[in-house]
Design a protein around this ligand. Structure first.
Ligand code: ADP
Ligand code: MG
Length: 605
C-alpha cells in the first residue's frame, strides 16, 4: 500500500521535517524537507507550534496538503539538555587609587611622559625644577586648558583629561605630549605623586607600561614591588594608551576567589572532589578517569553548583521523572580569560581575569515524547508515533551519505550536546552524549570578547570577519581584498565587521580582527575538537579508535565553515576518514534524524 510519511526530529535548537512516500513495492521517494527553530523546551507541548510550522514549510515545498500525510514519526529524543555557566577565579582590586591602566578610544600624542601629578590650575605655583603631568578636570574646557598649558613656563610631560577632549587639547598647544582622556573619577587621582602616561605609536600598543621592568625603572621599584605590579603590566598589554600612578600606600592585588568544588559521584557512591579554580585541564582529567560516573554536583555557593541544580530542576518539572533519576552525566570545562571591571579603578578599567566556563548536560530516563505524539494526533488528526531512538535514526540518515559504510560512527554536533553513535557491521548501535556544543561556543565568544550580545556572538561564530579599510573596499580575514561599486555605510568605516552574506555587521569593540578571530577559532577547538576525541574514545572503548574507519558529521554545527576542517585535521592523526554528511546527497549535514525516521518505516507498512 502506498503511504506518505513525515519524519520529525525535535532538537534542543531545531525542528526538522522530512516527507516521503513509500509505494507498495517499498520504493521510497523523498518529497521535501524543512527546518525551523524549536519552540519551547524539547519534549514539551510548546513544540507543537514549531512542528506545525516546519510541516507547513515542507508541504508547501512539495506542493502537498496536510491531509495527504498518513503518518507522523517522532524521534525518541535524546533525554538530554545542555546549559552553560562561568566561574571567575581571579579578581583585580586597586586599593587607595594607586596605579591605573586606561584605554580611552581617542588618546592623543605619542610616547611616554613621566612627571609629578598636578592640577592644571595649580601649575603656576609649582616648583620649576621638576616635570609635571597636568590633571584637567571637566570644569576646565579644552580652550582654557590649552591656554594654561601654553602660558606655563613649567616642564609639562603629559596630561590626563576627564572629558573626551584629548585631541582638542593637543591641537591647541605648542607641545607634543601624550594625553589620555575619559578618566571618569579624575578627582581620585592623587596630586604630587609620580605618574607615567604612555600613548602607543601608530598601529602599536603601549610598550613601556606593559613591561614590568619599565614600570620598575620609572618608579624605582624593588624586586618585591616589581612582582606586585605584574597584574598592572598584564592588564595593559594591547592597550593603545595607559596611565600608571604611584601612591605610597596604594596596591593592586590579584586575588584568587574561592570558587567551590565539583563532586564527581560514581555508581558505588564514591565521591571524587575537584577544585574548580584548579582549571579546566584538571577538571577534565578527573572526569576522564572516573569510571561509571553517575552524577556531578557543585558547591551550593558557586555559580556552577547553582546551574547544575537549576538544570536538574528544569528536567524534573518537564519529565515527571523522580529527582534521583535525573543526573548530570557530563561536563565540559574550558579555561577562559574574561574582561571584568577592576574594583576601585579610576576610569572604568577592565582587567582580564581567569575563569572557567562550564557546559553541563542533564539526563533523565526518557522525555515524554508519547504525550507529544498524542497531542499531535488530537490537533492534526494524523496518526503519530514515537518511532525510533534519535542516535539510531541519525545513523540511518547519515548512512545515505555516499562513500560511507559500516562500521560507521556519527558525530551529531548540535546546540546543547555533542552526540555520538557507532553502528557496527551487525547493526548494533552504541551511543554517548557529551556536554558542550554550538551554544557553548557562542557563550565563550560572548564572554571572552565582553560583547554582552549573544546574537552578535552567534554571527561571529558563523561568519568570517573583515576590516572595512575604505568606503569602497574591505579586507577579509584571509587577507583578500573585496571591492564595492557603491560606497559602504559610514557606520562600518574603519570597523571590524562580520560578513553575513551581503550584510556587513559592525562589531562595537576595541578588539582587533586577529583577536576576535583567534577567540572564535579557540572556542571551536576547545569544544568540538575536544568533544570529538572524547566521544570516539568513549564509544570505541571496546574497540580501538583506529577501528572506526569512517565518521560522518551531522547536526547544525557541522554546517560551520571551519569546525569540520578542525575535526578532520585532528582525526587524520588517528587515520580516520571524517567529513561533513551529505544526507541523501542533497541535505548536507542536516535532516539526518528526520530522514532516518522515514527510512525506518520502509518494509514496515
Ligand atoms: P539540535 O539538534 O540540538 O536542535 P542543531 O543540530 O540544530 O541542534 O544545531 C544547533 C547549533 O548549530 C546551534 O548552536 C547553532 O548555532 C549551530 N549552527 C546552525 N547553523 C550554523 C552554521 N551555519 N554555522 C555554524 N553553526 C551553526
Ligand atoms: Mg539534533
Amino acid at each position: 500500500m502506498k503511504r506518505t510519511i513525515a519524519g520529525i526530529d525535535i532538537g534542543n535548537s531545531t525542528t526538522e521535517v522530512c516527507i516521503a512516500t513509500i509505494d507498495q513495492h517499498e520504493n521510497i521517494v523523498f518529497k521535501a524537507s524543512s527546518d525551523v527553530m524549536t519552540t519551547g523546551t524539547k519534549g514539551t507541548l510548546d513544540n507543537i507550534r514549531g512542528i506545525k510550522e516546519a510541516l507547513g514549510k515542507a508541504l508547501d515545498a512539495a506542493n502537498m496538503h496536510l491531509s495527504e500525510i498518513d503518518k507522523i514519526c517522532l524521534n525518541e529524543a535524546a533525554p538530554v539538555i545542555g546549559d552553560t555557566a562561568m566561574e571567575t577565579i581571579t579578581e583585580t582590586i586597586i586599593t587607595d587609587s594607586t596605579m591605573i591602566g586606561h584605554d580611552p578610544s581617542t588618546p592623543s600624542g605619542e610616547g611616554l611622559g613621566v612627571g609629578e601629578t598636578i592640577l592644571i590650575t595649580s601649575l603656576k605655583y609649582a616648583d620649576a625644577d621638576r616635570s609635571y603631568i597636568v590633571i584637567i578636570p571637566k570644569e576646565i574646557d579644552y580652550e582654557s586648558a590649552a591656554k594654561l598649558i601654553n602660558e606655563s613656563d613649567k616642564r609639562i610631560t603629559g596630561a590626563i583629561v576627564q572629558n573626551d577632549e584629548a585631541v582638542l587639547v593637543q591641537n591647541r598647544i605648542n607641545l607634543f605630549i601624550p594625553i589620555v582622556d575619559e578618566v571618569k573619577y579624575i578627582e581620585r587621582i592623587p596630586t604630587a605623586v609620580l605618574a607615567a602616561i604612555e600613548v602607543g605609536g601608530t598601529g602599536k600598543s603601549v610598550q613601556s607600561l606593559s613591561n614590568p621592568y619599565s614600570i620598575a625603572n620609572i618608579f624605582k621599584l624593588t624586586h618585591e614591588e616589581t612582582k606586585r605590579i605584574i597584574p598592572i603590566a598584564k592588564s595593559l598589554i594591547g592597550n593603545r594608551s595607559a596611565v600608571v600612578v604611584r601612591t605610597p600606600h596604594g596596591e593592586v592585588k590579584e586575588k584568587v576567589l574561592p570558587s567551590g568544588k565539583l563532586s564527581l559521584i560514581n555508581e558505588k557512591g564514591n565521591v571524587t572532589k575537584v577544585n574548580i579554580d584548579h582549571g579546566a585541564a584538571k577538571i577534565m582529567d578527573s572526569i576522564s578517569h572516573m569510571k561509571e560516573l553517575v552524577n556531578i554536583e557543585g558547591d551550593a555557593e558557586s555559580n556552577v553548583g547553582n546551574m547544575l541544580k537549576r538544570m536538574r530542576r528544569e528536567l524534573y518539572n518537564l519529565s515527571n521523572a523522580a529527582m534521583q533519576n535525573i543526573s548530570i552525566k557530563d561536563l565540559l570545562a574550558v579555561d577562559v580569560l574574561v574582561p571584568i571591571d577592576v574594583k576601585g579603578a579610576l576610569a572604568g578599567e577592565v582587567s582580564l581575569e581567569k575563569a572557567v566556563a562550564i557546559a553541563a548536560m542533564v539526563k533523565t530516563d526518557k522525555l515524554p515524547m508519547q504525550m507529544l505524539a498524542d497531542a499531535i494526533f488530537k490537533e492534526l488528526g494524523i496518526e503519530s508515533e514515537v518511532a525510533g531512538v534519535e542516535a539510531v535514526m541519525a545513523s540511518l540518515g547519515a548512512l545515505t551519505t555516499r562513500g560511507s559504510s559500516l562500521p560507521l560512527a556519527i558525530l551529531d554536533l548540535g546546540g546543547g550536546s555533542t552526540d555520538a553513535a557507532i553502528v557496527s557491521k551487525d547493526g548494533t548501535v552504541k551511543t554517548v552524549h557529551l556536554a558542550g556544543a554550538g551554544n557553548f561556543i557562542t557563550m565563550l565568544i560572548n564572554t571572552q570578547l565582553g560583547l554582552n550580545n549573544l546574537s552578535l556572538a552567534e554571527d561571529i561564530k558563523k561568519h568570517p570577519l573583515a576590516k572595512v579599510e575604505s568606503l569602497f573596499y574591505i579586507r577579509l580575514e584571509t587577507g583578500e581584498v573585496k571591492f564595492f561599486n557603491e560606497p559602504l555605510s559610514p557606520k562600518v568605516f574603519g570597523r571590524v565587521v562580520v560578513c553575513k552574506g551581503n550584510e556587513l555587521i559592525p562589531i562595537e569593540t576595541k578588539h582587533s580582527l586577529e583577536k576576535i578571530m583567534m577567540t572564535r577559532k579557540a572556542a571551536k577547538k576547545d569544544v568540538f575538537v575536544q568533544n570529538a576525541v572524547r566521544a570516539l574514545r568513549e564509544i570505541a572503548r571496546d574497540h580501538e579508535i583506529k577501528n572506526i574507519s569512517n565518521v560522518v558529521l551531522v547536526g547544525g554545527s557541522a554546517l560551520d565553515f571551519e569546525i569540520p576542517h578542525m575535526i578532520l585535521e585532528e582525526l587524520s592523526y588517528y587515520n580516520i576518514v571524517v567529513g561533513k554528511g551529505e544526507v541523501r546527497g542533497c541535505e548536507g549535514p542536516r535532516n539526518a534524524v528526520a530522514t532516518g525516521l522515514v527510512l525506518s518505516k520502509v518494509g514496515r507498512a
